[in-house]
Design a protein around this ligand. Structure first.
Ligand SMILES: [Cu+2]
Length: 219
């Protein structure tokens, strides 16, 4: 859905660009100043039909973009009451803390050390083909939770109360095992660029093993 929204927006933008370019070339080729005549071309100030036209056309274009964005956002923002895995994401200057709740148990957080271990970063382990709900919070400034491969990112804004839908989102389409790089996508201070993490997607079997290895550390 996100890819088709993205591609559709590009096609619409390129088509608009194509029309504009064609009009510019047309004006340049067919409406040059004739070398011998020094008069002004016909002036179209206060031409009501043209003014209405170039007010309405951009409005229509923006409305089309808005319609598709709003339609898809509505679907993307849906969260379920009982997701398989819940992850509390705390973004801070300059790393991440991930607290996983699975099967009614909350496990010891995975937390990164700012700057010193940024190359490694904290790693969030998740099972594939499950519904994963993220709850984002920040104790300091605005960050942004971004795993480029998920085609989704959301700002982590301090001060939003728990339960506010603005800090929750859900992904059901994590289906390819692998390690995915994640980063902060909102300039949040001097070590913003080192605010790295990774998400490791594993099969349910491997996830159960991982969870078992964490079991001693239930909070
Ligand atoms: Cu940040």
């Amino acid at each position: 859905m996100i890819l088709s929204l993205w591609n559709g927006a590009w096609i619409a933008a390129l088509a608009t660009g194509g029309v504009v370019l064609a009009l510019i070339i047309w004006a340049c080729v067919f409406h040059r100043k004739r070398s011998k005549s020094a008069e002004l071309p016909p002036q179209v100030r206060y031409n009501l039909p043209i003014e209405i036209f170039y007010t309405l056309v951009p409005l229509v274009m923006v409305s089309v973009f808005f319609f598709y964005t709003a339609r898809d956002s509505k679907t993307l923002e849906v969260v379920s009451a009982n997701p398989d895995v819940k992850v509390k994401v705390e973004a801070f200057q300059w790393s991440w803390r991930f607290t996983t709740t699975f099967g009614g148990k909350t496990y010891k957080p995975v937390v990164g050390m700012p700057v010193s271990d940024y190359k490694q970063g904290p790693q969030l382990v998740l099972p594939v083909k499950k519904t994963v709900q993220f709850d984002l919070s920040s104790p300091d400034v605005i960050h942004s939770f971004w795993v480029p491969a998920f085609l989704f990112k959301r700002d982590v804004i301090p001060g939003i109360k728990e339960g506010n839908p603005g800090r929750v989102f859900e992904i059901k389409t994590l289906d390819k095992p692998g390690v995915y790089a994640g980063r902060c996508a909102e300039l949040c201070g001097v070590d913003h660029s080192r605010m790295l993490f990774s998400v490791k997607l594993v099969t349910q079997e491997e996830f159960d093993k991982y969870i078992a290895s964490q079991a001693g550390s239930t909070q």
